[in-house]
Ligand binder design. Structure first.
Ligand SMILES: Cc1ncc(COP(=O)(O)O)c(C=O)c1O
Length: 433
Protein backbone atom coordinates (compact mmCIF):
# COMPACT_ATOMS: atom_id res chain seq x y z
CA UNK A 1 0.00 0.00 0.00
CA UNK A 2 1.33 3.46 -0.91
CA UNK A 3 1.89 5.75 2.11
CA UNK A 4 -0.97 8.04 0.96
CA UNK A 5 -3.48 5.18 0.65
CA UNK A 6 -2.25 3.84 3.97
CA UNK A 7 -3.10 7.19 5.55
CA UNK A 8 -6.62 6.81 4.10
CA UNK A 9 -6.79 3.27 5.46
CA UNK A 10 -5.72 4.43 8.92
CA UNK A 11 -8.28 7.25 8.79
CA UNK A 12 -11.14 4.97 7.76
CA UNK A 13 -10.16 2.45 10.42
CA UNK A 14 -10.22 5.29 12.93
CA UNK A 15 -13.73 6.15 11.77
CA UNK A 16 -14.76 2.53 12.24
CA UNK A 17 -13.70 2.70 15.86
CA UNK A 18 -15.01 6.15 16.61
CA UNK A 19 -15.48 6.29 20.33
CA UNK A 20 -12.59 4.04 21.24
CA UNK A 21 -10.18 6.27 23.05
CA UNK A 22 -7.09 4.35 22.06
CA UNK A 23 -7.29 4.87 18.34
CA UNK A 24 -8.47 8.41 18.83
CA UNK A 25 -5.33 9.01 20.86
CA UNK A 26 -3.00 7.38 18.40
CA UNK A 27 -4.46 9.06 15.35
CA UNK A 28 -4.50 12.51 16.91
CA UNK A 29 -0.82 12.06 17.77
CA UNK A 30 -0.16 10.39 14.42
CA UNK A 31 3.36 9.24 13.81
CA UNK A 32 5.44 11.52 11.65
CA UNK A 33 7.05 8.41 10.12
CA UNK A 34 5.33 7.32 6.93
CA UNK A 35 7.24 4.17 6.07
CA UNK A 36 9.65 1.80 7.78
CA UNK A 37 13.40 1.75 7.20
CA UNK A 38 14.40 -0.55 4.35
CA UNK A 39 16.20 -3.77 5.18
CA UNK A 40 19.20 -2.75 3.09
CA UNK A 41 21.63 -1.10 3.17
CA UNK A 42 22.48 -2.44 6.61
CA UNK A 43 24.35 -0.13 8.95
CA UNK A 44 27.99 -1.23 8.88
CA UNK A 45 30.78 -0.42 11.31
CA UNK A 46 32.95 2.54 10.22
CA UNK A 47 36.06 0.37 9.79
CA UNK A 48 34.46 -2.17 7.44
CA UNK A 49 36.15 -0.98 4.23
CA UNK A 50 39.49 -0.57 6.03
CA UNK A 51 39.52 -4.16 7.32
CA UNK A 52 38.33 -5.64 4.01
CA UNK A 53 40.99 -3.59 2.24
CA UNK A 54 43.65 -5.04 4.57
CA UNK A 55 42.78 -8.51 3.30
CA UNK A 56 42.70 -7.41 -0.33
CA UNK A 57 45.85 -5.27 -0.13
CA UNK A 58 47.75 -8.24 1.29
CA UNK A 59 46.95 -10.20 -1.87
CA UNK A 60 44.93 -12.52 0.42
CA UNK A 61 47.99 -13.32 2.56
CA UNK A 62 46.11 -11.80 5.53
CA UNK A 63 43.10 -14.10 5.10
CA UNK A 64 43.92 -16.45 7.97
CA UNK A 65 45.20 -13.73 10.27
CA UNK A 66 41.99 -11.73 9.72
CA UNK A 67 39.90 -14.78 10.65
CA UNK A 68 42.06 -15.37 13.74
CA UNK A 69 41.78 -11.68 14.65
CA UNK A 70 38.01 -11.81 14.46
CA UNK A 71 37.90 -15.04 16.47
CA UNK A 72 40.08 -13.47 19.17
CA UNK A 73 38.02 -10.29 19.34
CA UNK A 74 34.68 -12.11 19.39
CA UNK A 75 35.87 -14.41 22.18
CA UNK A 76 37.09 -11.34 24.09
CA UNK A 77 33.77 -9.51 23.68
CA UNK A 78 31.91 -12.53 25.02
CA UNK A 79 34.48 -13.34 27.70
CA UNK A 80 34.92 -16.94 26.49
CA UNK A 81 38.09 -18.93 25.79
CA UNK A 82 37.39 -20.12 22.25
CA UNK A 83 35.71 -18.87 19.10
CA UNK A 84 35.79 -20.90 15.89
CA UNK A 85 34.59 -18.93 12.86
CA UNK A 86 32.45 -20.64 10.22
CA UNK A 87 30.55 -19.58 7.07
CA UNK A 88 27.18 -19.43 8.90
CA UNK A 89 25.26 -20.73 11.88
CA UNK A 90 24.01 -23.82 10.04
CA UNK A 91 27.65 -24.83 9.41
CA UNK A 92 28.59 -23.76 12.96
CA UNK A 93 26.02 -26.13 14.42
CA UNK A 94 27.04 -28.81 11.90
CA UNK A 95 30.70 -28.40 12.91
CA UNK A 96 29.62 -28.64 16.54
CA UNK A 97 27.51 -31.75 15.89
CA UNK A 98 30.45 -33.38 14.09
CA UNK A 99 32.59 -32.79 17.19
CA UNK A 100 30.16 -34.28 19.70
CA UNK A 101 31.27 -37.62 21.09
CA UNK A 102 27.81 -39.19 20.95
CA UNK A 103 26.61 -42.34 19.20
CA UNK A 104 24.22 -42.45 16.23
CA UNK A 105 20.71 -42.72 17.62
CA UNK A 106 21.53 -40.63 20.69
CA UNK A 107 18.91 -37.99 21.39
CA UNK A 108 19.18 -34.23 21.57
CA UNK A 109 16.29 -32.25 23.04
CA UNK A 110 15.66 -29.26 20.77
CA UNK A 111 13.55 -26.10 20.91
CA UNK A 112 10.17 -26.60 19.25
CA UNK A 113 10.07 -23.36 17.27
CA UNK A 114 13.13 -22.69 15.17
CA UNK A 115 14.79 -22.60 11.77
CA UNK A 116 15.92 -25.73 9.91
CA UNK A 117 19.53 -24.54 10.41
CA UNK A 118 19.28 -25.49 14.08
CA UNK A 119 18.87 -29.19 13.36
CA UNK A 120 20.67 -29.79 10.05
CA UNK A 121 23.96 -30.79 11.72
CA UNK A 122 22.50 -33.15 14.28
CA UNK A 123 20.43 -34.91 11.60
CA UNK A 124 23.51 -35.38 9.41
CA UNK A 125 25.42 -36.87 12.34
CA UNK A 126 22.54 -39.33 12.82
CA UNK A 127 21.53 -37.98 16.21
CA UNK A 128 17.81 -37.90 16.90
CA UNK A 129 16.08 -34.57 17.57
CA UNK A 130 13.37 -34.72 20.22
CA UNK A 131 11.38 -31.50 20.28
CA UNK A 132 10.40 -30.17 23.68
CA UNK A 133 7.18 -28.17 23.79
CA UNK A 134 7.08 -24.41 24.25
CA UNK A 135 6.55 -22.93 27.70
CA UNK A 136 3.10 -21.37 28.16
CA UNK A 137 2.52 -18.18 26.18
CA UNK A 138 5.95 -17.96 24.58
CA UNK A 139 8.18 -19.22 21.76
CA UNK A 140 10.89 -20.88 23.83
CA UNK A 141 11.23 -24.18 25.66
CA UNK A 142 11.84 -24.32 29.42
CA UNK A 143 13.24 -26.74 32.00
CA UNK A 144 9.65 -27.93 32.64
CA UNK A 145 9.04 -28.76 28.97
CA UNK A 146 12.48 -30.33 28.51
CA UNK A 147 12.34 -32.68 31.49
CA UNK A 148 9.67 -35.08 30.16
CA UNK A 149 11.69 -35.49 26.94
CA UNK A 150 14.78 -36.81 28.71
CA UNK A 151 15.49 -40.53 28.38
CA UNK A 152 18.54 -42.69 28.99
CA UNK A 153 19.60 -41.85 25.41
CA UNK A 154 19.48 -38.07 25.82
CA UNK A 155 22.91 -36.48 25.55
CA UNK A 156 22.29 -32.77 25.03
CA UNK A 157 19.82 -29.90 25.01
CA UNK A 158 19.83 -27.41 22.14
CA UNK A 159 18.13 -24.17 23.23
CA UNK A 160 17.19 -21.55 20.67
CA UNK A 161 16.76 -17.97 21.84
CA UNK A 162 13.90 -17.51 19.41
CA UNK A 163 13.26 -13.99 18.09
CA UNK A 164 16.27 -13.03 20.25
CA UNK A 165 14.44 -13.67 23.53
CA UNK A 166 16.72 -15.64 25.84
CA UNK A 167 15.40 -18.95 27.18
CA UNK A 168 15.16 -19.17 30.97
CA UNK A 169 18.62 -20.71 31.23
CA UNK A 170 19.31 -21.10 34.96
CA UNK A 171 16.68 -23.85 35.52
CA UNK A 172 17.77 -25.47 32.24
CA UNK A 173 21.39 -25.57 33.43
CA UNK A 174 20.33 -27.02 36.79
CA UNK A 175 18.38 -29.75 35.03
CA UNK A 176 21.28 -30.42 32.67
CA UNK A 177 23.69 -30.71 35.56
CA UNK A 178 21.39 -33.15 37.33
CA UNK A 179 21.02 -35.29 34.19
CA UNK A 180 24.62 -34.75 33.00
CA UNK A 181 23.67 -33.21 29.65
CA UNK A 182 25.53 -30.83 27.38
CA UNK A 183 23.72 -27.54 26.80
CA UNK A 184 24.09 -25.75 23.45
CA UNK A 185 22.65 -22.33 22.66
CA UNK A 186 21.53 -21.26 19.18
CA UNK A 187 22.09 -17.50 19.40
CA UNK A 188 21.38 -16.76 15.74
CA UNK A 189 18.54 -14.41 16.51
CA UNK A 190 19.88 -12.75 19.68
CA UNK A 191 23.58 -11.82 19.69
CA UNK A 192 24.63 -9.65 22.62
CA UNK A 193 21.30 -10.05 24.36
CA UNK A 194 21.67 -10.59 28.10
CA UNK A 195 20.08 -12.95 30.60
CA UNK A 196 20.25 -11.58 34.15
CA UNK A 197 23.14 -9.45 32.92
CA UNK A 198 25.03 -12.36 31.34
CA UNK A 199 25.56 -12.51 27.59
CA UNK A 200 23.66 -14.94 25.37
CA UNK A 201 26.11 -17.58 24.20
CA UNK A 202 27.87 -17.77 27.57
CA UNK A 203 24.96 -19.35 29.42
CA UNK A 204 25.37 -22.99 28.33
CA UNK A 205 28.44 -25.09 27.54
CA UNK A 206 28.71 -24.13 23.88
CA UNK A 207 26.91 -21.75 21.50
CA UNK A 208 26.55 -20.94 17.83
CA UNK A 209 26.01 -17.54 16.19
CA UNK A 210 24.99 -16.26 12.76
CA UNK A 211 26.37 -13.23 10.94
CA UNK A 212 24.03 -13.60 7.99
CA UNK A 213 23.36 -10.33 6.17
CA UNK A 214 19.81 -10.16 7.56
CA UNK A 215 20.72 -10.89 11.18
CA UNK A 216 21.47 -8.49 14.02
CA UNK A 217 25.24 -8.55 13.57
CA UNK A 218 25.25 -8.69 9.80
CA UNK A 219 28.15 -9.58 7.56
CA UNK A 220 27.81 -10.94 4.01
CA UNK A 221 27.40 -14.33 5.68
CA UNK A 222 29.18 -16.02 8.59
CA UNK A 223 28.83 -17.68 11.94
CA UNK A 224 30.85 -19.15 14.76
CA UNK A 225 30.97 -21.57 17.67
CA UNK A 226 32.04 -20.33 21.12
CA UNK A 227 32.91 -22.35 24.20
CA UNK A 228 35.13 -22.51 27.26
CA UNK A 229 35.58 -26.27 26.77
CA UNK A 230 39.13 -26.82 25.42
CA UNK A 231 38.54 -30.33 24.14
CA UNK A 232 35.27 -29.47 22.42
CA UNK A 233 36.82 -26.36 20.82
CA UNK A 234 39.72 -28.40 19.52
CA UNK A 235 37.39 -31.01 18.05
CA UNK A 236 35.13 -28.39 16.42
CA UNK A 237 38.18 -26.83 14.79
CA UNK A 238 39.76 -30.10 13.72
CA UNK A 239 36.66 -31.96 12.55
CA UNK A 240 34.40 -29.07 11.58
CA UNK A 241 36.86 -26.66 9.99
CA UNK A 242 40.22 -28.39 9.31
CA UNK A 243 38.79 -31.39 7.41
CA UNK A 244 39.67 -33.80 10.18
CA UNK A 245 43.41 -33.32 9.81
CA UNK A 246 45.18 -33.83 13.08
CA UNK A 247 48.80 -33.64 11.97
CA UNK A 248 51.45 -34.88 9.65
CA UNK A 249 52.99 -38.34 9.57
CA UNK A 250 56.76 -38.28 8.91
CA UNK A 251 57.63 -39.11 5.31
CA UNK A 252 53.96 -39.14 4.42
CA UNK A 253 52.18 -35.87 5.07
CA UNK A 254 48.79 -34.99 6.49
CA UNK A 255 46.56 -37.58 8.04
CA UNK A 256 42.78 -37.15 8.05
CA UNK A 257 42.01 -38.74 11.38
CA UNK A 258 38.29 -37.89 11.06
CA UNK A 259 36.02 -37.49 8.03
CA UNK A 260 35.98 -33.75 8.70
CA UNK A 261 34.39 -30.70 7.12
CA UNK A 262 35.86 -27.54 5.71
CA UNK A 263 33.53 -24.97 7.25
CA UNK A 264 35.98 -22.04 7.11
CA UNK A 265 35.01 -18.40 7.33
CA UNK A 266 36.46 -16.27 4.51
CA UNK A 267 38.93 -13.49 5.28
CA UNK A 268 36.67 -10.76 3.83
CA UNK A 269 33.72 -12.05 5.88
CA UNK A 270 35.92 -11.99 9.00
CA UNK A 271 36.92 -8.39 8.17
CA UNK A 272 33.25 -7.32 8.00
CA UNK A 273 32.47 -9.24 11.22
CA UNK A 274 35.38 -7.55 12.97
CA UNK A 275 34.07 -4.13 12.00
CA UNK A 276 30.52 -5.06 13.04
CA UNK A 277 31.78 -6.08 16.45
CA UNK A 278 32.72 -2.46 17.05
CA UNK A 279 29.11 -1.29 16.68
CA UNK A 280 26.92 -4.27 17.52
CA UNK A 281 26.44 -3.66 21.24
CA UNK A 282 25.33 -0.09 20.63
CA UNK A 283 22.92 -1.30 17.94
CA UNK A 284 21.56 -4.04 20.21
CA UNK A 285 20.98 -1.49 22.99
CA UNK A 286 18.94 0.56 20.51
CA UNK A 287 17.02 -2.51 19.28
CA UNK A 288 16.21 -3.39 22.89
CA UNK A 289 14.89 0.12 23.53
CA UNK A 290 12.81 0.21 20.35
CA UNK A 291 11.35 -3.27 20.91
CA UNK A 292 10.30 -2.49 24.46
CA UNK A 293 8.67 0.74 23.32
CA UNK A 294 6.87 -1.05 20.47
CA UNK A 295 5.64 -3.70 22.90
CA UNK A 296 4.37 -1.10 25.33
CA UNK A 297 2.46 0.70 22.58
CA UNK A 298 1.07 -2.44 20.95
CA UNK A 299 0.00 -3.86 24.33
CA UNK A 300 -2.49 -0.97 24.59
CA UNK A 301 -4.51 -2.43 21.70
CA UNK A 302 -7.29 -4.75 22.95
CA UNK A 303 -6.88 -8.32 21.73
CA UNK A 304 -3.16 -7.93 20.97
CA UNK A 305 -0.54 -9.51 23.25
CA UNK A 306 3.09 -8.74 22.49
CA UNK A 307 5.53 -11.59 23.11
CA UNK A 308 6.08 -11.30 26.88
CA UNK A 309 9.52 -10.06 27.94
CA UNK A 310 10.43 -11.73 31.24
CA UNK A 311 12.47 -9.84 33.82
CA UNK A 312 15.44 -12.15 33.23
CA UNK A 313 15.79 -10.74 29.68
CA UNK A 314 17.87 -7.80 30.83
CA UNK A 315 18.89 -6.95 27.25
CA UNK A 316 16.54 -8.22 24.53
CA UNK A 317 18.43 -8.39 21.26
CA UNK A 318 15.45 -8.76 18.93
CA UNK A 319 15.65 -10.02 15.40
CA UNK A 320 11.90 -10.08 15.10
CA UNK A 321 9.03 -8.19 16.55
CA UNK A 322 6.00 -10.32 17.34
CA UNK A 323 2.62 -10.48 19.03
CA UNK A 324 -0.33 -12.83 19.32
CA UNK A 325 -3.92 -11.98 18.47
CA UNK A 326 -6.83 -13.13 20.61
CA UNK A 327 -8.73 -15.23 18.07
CA UNK A 328 -12.14 -14.67 19.65
CA UNK A 329 -11.84 -10.91 19.27
CA UNK A 330 -11.34 -10.75 15.50
CA UNK A 331 -13.35 -11.88 12.51
CA UNK A 332 -10.24 -12.85 10.55
CA UNK A 333 -7.48 -15.42 10.96
CA UNK A 334 -3.95 -14.48 12.02
CA UNK A 335 -2.85 -15.05 8.41
CA UNK A 336 -5.41 -12.56 7.10
CA UNK A 337 -4.53 -10.12 9.91
CA UNK A 338 -0.83 -10.36 8.95
CA UNK A 339 -1.65 -9.92 5.26
CA UNK A 340 -3.48 -6.70 6.08
CA UNK A 341 -0.55 -5.49 8.19
CA UNK A 342 1.75 -6.04 5.25
CA UNK A 343 -0.63 -4.30 2.86
CA UNK A 344 -0.81 -1.40 5.32
CA UNK A 345 2.96 -1.00 5.26
CA UNK A 346 4.65 -3.46 7.63
CA UNK A 347 7.05 -5.33 5.35
CA UNK A 348 7.30 -9.08 5.92
CA UNK A 349 4.47 -9.34 8.48
CA UNK A 350 3.30 -12.94 8.51
CA UNK A 351 2.61 -16.05 10.50
CA UNK A 352 5.33 -18.67 10.89
CA UNK A 353 3.96 -22.20 11.20
CA UNK A 354 6.92 -23.40 9.13
CA UNK A 355 9.08 -22.66 12.18
CA UNK A 356 7.85 -25.93 13.71
CA UNK A 357 10.50 -28.35 12.35
CA UNK A 358 8.64 -31.35 13.77
CA UNK A 359 6.04 -30.64 11.06
CA UNK A 360 8.10 -28.63 8.55
CA UNK A 361 10.84 -31.25 8.06
CA UNK A 362 8.73 -34.01 6.50
CA UNK A 363 11.74 -36.35 6.25
CA UNK A 364 11.69 -36.67 10.06
CA UNK A 365 8.24 -38.30 10.17
CA UNK A 366 9.02 -40.39 7.07
CA UNK A 367 12.32 -41.72 8.43
CA UNK A 368 10.97 -42.31 11.92
CA UNK A 369 7.89 -44.22 10.74
CA UNK A 370 9.95 -46.27 8.26
CA UNK A 371 12.48 -46.87 11.05
CA UNK A 372 15.22 -45.72 8.70
CA UNK A 373 18.70 -45.34 10.18
CA UNK A 374 19.26 -43.94 12.82
CA UNK A 375 15.68 -44.67 13.90
CA UNK A 376 16.61 -48.35 13.65
CA UNK A 377 19.42 -47.93 16.19
CA UNK A 378 19.60 -49.64 18.58
CA UNK A 379 16.81 -52.19 18.11
CA UNK A 380 15.50 -51.41 21.58
CA UNK A 381 15.08 -47.75 20.71
CA UNK A 382 11.65 -46.25 21.40
CA UNK A 383 9.19 -45.11 18.75
CA UNK A 384 9.53 -41.55 17.51
CA UNK A 385 6.71 -39.48 16.05
CA UNK A 386 6.98 -36.09 14.40
CA UNK A 387 4.21 -33.71 13.48
CA UNK A 388 2.18 -30.88 14.87
CA UNK A 389 1.17 -33.12 17.78
CA UNK A 390 4.85 -33.41 18.85
CA UNK A 391 4.70 -29.96 20.44
CA UNK A 392 0.99 -29.15 20.85
CA UNK A 393 1.46 -25.95 22.82
CA UNK A 394 4.00 -24.58 20.35
CA UNK A 395 1.69 -25.46 17.45
CA UNK A 396 -1.22 -23.77 19.17
CA UNK A 397 0.92 -20.70 19.83
CA UNK A 398 1.88 -20.44 16.15
CA UNK A 399 -1.80 -20.28 15.07
CA UNK A 400 -2.19 -16.75 16.39
CA UNK A 401 1.41 -15.52 16.37
CA UNK A 402 2.36 -12.74 13.94
CA UNK A 403 5.90 -11.58 13.43
CA UNK A 404 8.19 -9.68 11.14
CA UNK A 405 11.94 -9.19 11.01
CA UNK A 406 12.68 -5.80 12.47
CA UNK A 407 15.56 -3.74 11.29
CA UNK A 408 15.22 -1.70 14.40
CA UNK A 409 18.80 -0.58 14.52
CA UNK A 410 17.27 2.05 12.19
CA UNK A 411 13.89 2.41 13.93
CA UNK A 412 13.04 5.61 15.72
CA UNK A 413 10.25 6.22 18.24
CA UNK A 414 8.12 7.41 15.31
CA UNK A 415 8.47 4.00 13.66
CA UNK A 416 7.30 2.33 16.88
CA UNK A 417 4.32 4.67 16.91
CA UNK A 418 3.64 3.82 13.27
CA UNK A 419 3.62 0.12 14.18
CA UNK A 420 1.02 0.88 16.83
CA UNK A 421 -1.11 2.90 14.41
CA UNK A 422 -1.10 0.20 11.77
CA UNK A 423 -1.77 -2.66 14.18
CA UNK A 424 -4.53 -0.66 15.88
CA UNK A 425 -6.12 0.14 12.53
CA UNK A 426 -6.05 -3.46 11.31
CA UNK A 427 -7.39 -4.62 14.68
CA UNK A 428 -10.20 -2.06 14.50
CA UNK A 429 -11.15 -3.10 10.97
CA UNK A 430 -11.44 -6.76 11.92
CA UNK A 431 -12.77 -6.53 15.43
CA UNK A 432 -15.91 -8.50 16.21
CA UNK A 433 -18.68 -6.19 17.31
C1 LIG B 1 17.40 -19.85 15.03
C2 LIG B 1 18.25 -20.04 13.81
N1 LIG B 1 19.19 -21.00 13.79
C3 LIG B 1 19.97 -21.20 12.70
C4 LIG B 1 19.84 -20.43 11.56
C5 LIG B 1 20.76 -20.61 10.40
O1 LIG B 1 21.69 -19.55 10.32
P1 LIG B 1 22.58 -19.29 9.03
O2 LIG B 1 21.70 -18.66 8.00
O3 LIG B 1 23.68 -18.38 9.48
O4 LIG B 1 23.11 -20.60 8.57
C6 LIG B 1 18.87 -19.42 11.54
C7 LIG B 1 18.69 -18.58 10.33
O5 LIG B 1 17.72 -17.90 10.15
C8 LIG B 1 18.05 -19.21 12.69
O6 LIG B 1 17.13 -18.26 12.71
Amino acid sequence: MEPSSRREFLKSAAALTAGTSLLATTTSAASSAKTFPAQFPRTLGPNTAKYVQEVLASGLAATDTMVARFEGEFAKHLGVKHCIATPGCTPALAALASALEFEPGDEIVVSPITDYGTIQGIIRENFIPVFADAAAGTVNLSAETIEPCITDRTRAILCVHMTGLTCDMDPIMQLAEKRRLLVCEDVCQGPFGRYKGRLNGTLGHVAAFSFDKEKSMPSDTGGCVVTNDDRLAERVRTIGVARGVEGNRPNFGRIHRYPGYSYRMSGCTAAICLAQLEVVEQQVAHRDKMLRLMSKLVAEIPGITPLPIPEFATVYSPWMYSFSIAPGQFRCSADEFAKQLEAAGIPGAGTARYYLPAAGCSFLAENASAKKYPYSQPPASRDYHYGTESCPRAWQFLQTWIRWATFCEKYTEEHCQLVQEIVAAVAAKNRRT
